[in-house]
Design a protein. Structure first.
Length: 205
């Protein structure tokens, strides 16, 4: 399970999970960074799934999750793999990308699916598309200014692009099937230009 949802969403999300597998068989819980919509229901999931462990990046464990979680979490190093049997997910530390010191993402290797969290956030239904997601993500960024644009933002996205993902699984908006490498590089180019332009910086008096 990647993202726990807010506490109030637990009944609906757990019911949806139960259509796929019994909740008590859930083994791993993860999320992109500590924020209510990502991990608010974490302890409700742990209570309902006695075999489950929270698995997040080492920094997240150290600064928040080890204290917040009702059971000790599994600390993941950058590029560490969790073997799920017929699937393998690799953890990538992405500090401040898109936001949060503890940020990180998972890549499922057999299906080339990047679990994007808040990357490419845009308005619209949570469906699957082969259309443009970069333009809508840029439009949402200009509205919400949720991304921490630093010198590391574009290089981090370009590192993820080298995974050649075929599916970009978004938390907010339509997920994407297609050339994930190019989408990530195009988003990196946008943030690189925004950094050069001083985006979001207050005027100097």
């Amino acid at each position: 399970l990647f993202h726990c949802g807010m506490r109030g969403l637990f009944p609906a999300v757990s019911a949806a999970l139960n259509t796929i597998l019994p909740i008590e068989k859930l083994r791993w819980i993860s999320f992109g960074h500590v924020e209510a919509d990502e991990c608010g229901a974490m302890n409700q999931w742990l209570a309902a799934a006695p075999l489950a462990e929270v698995a997040v990046g080492a920094l997240g464990c150290d600064v928040s999750v080890r204290d917040l979680a009702d059971r000790p979490p599994r600390s993941l190093a950058d590029s560490e793999v969790l073997d799920l049997g017929d699937r393998r997910v690799r953890y990538f530390a992405t500090p401040h990308v898109p936001h949060g010191w503890d940020a990180g993402l998972l890549f499922e290797e057999s299906t080339a699916t990047l679990l994007c969290g808040d990357l490419f956030t845009h308005l619209g239904a949570a469906v699957l598309t082969e259309g443009d997601i970069v333009g809508p993500a840029i439009a949402a960024e200009r509205t919400f200014m949720a991304t921490a644009i630093t010198p590391a933002t574009a290089p981090t996205l370009r590192r993820l692009s080298e995974l050649n993902p075929r599916t970009l699984a978004l938390m907010h908006g339509a997920s994407f099937n297609g050339d994930g490498r190019t989408a990530l590089r195009d988003l990196a180019d946008y943030y690189q230009q925004e950094l050069l332009n001083g985006a979001g910086c207050p005027p100097v008096s």
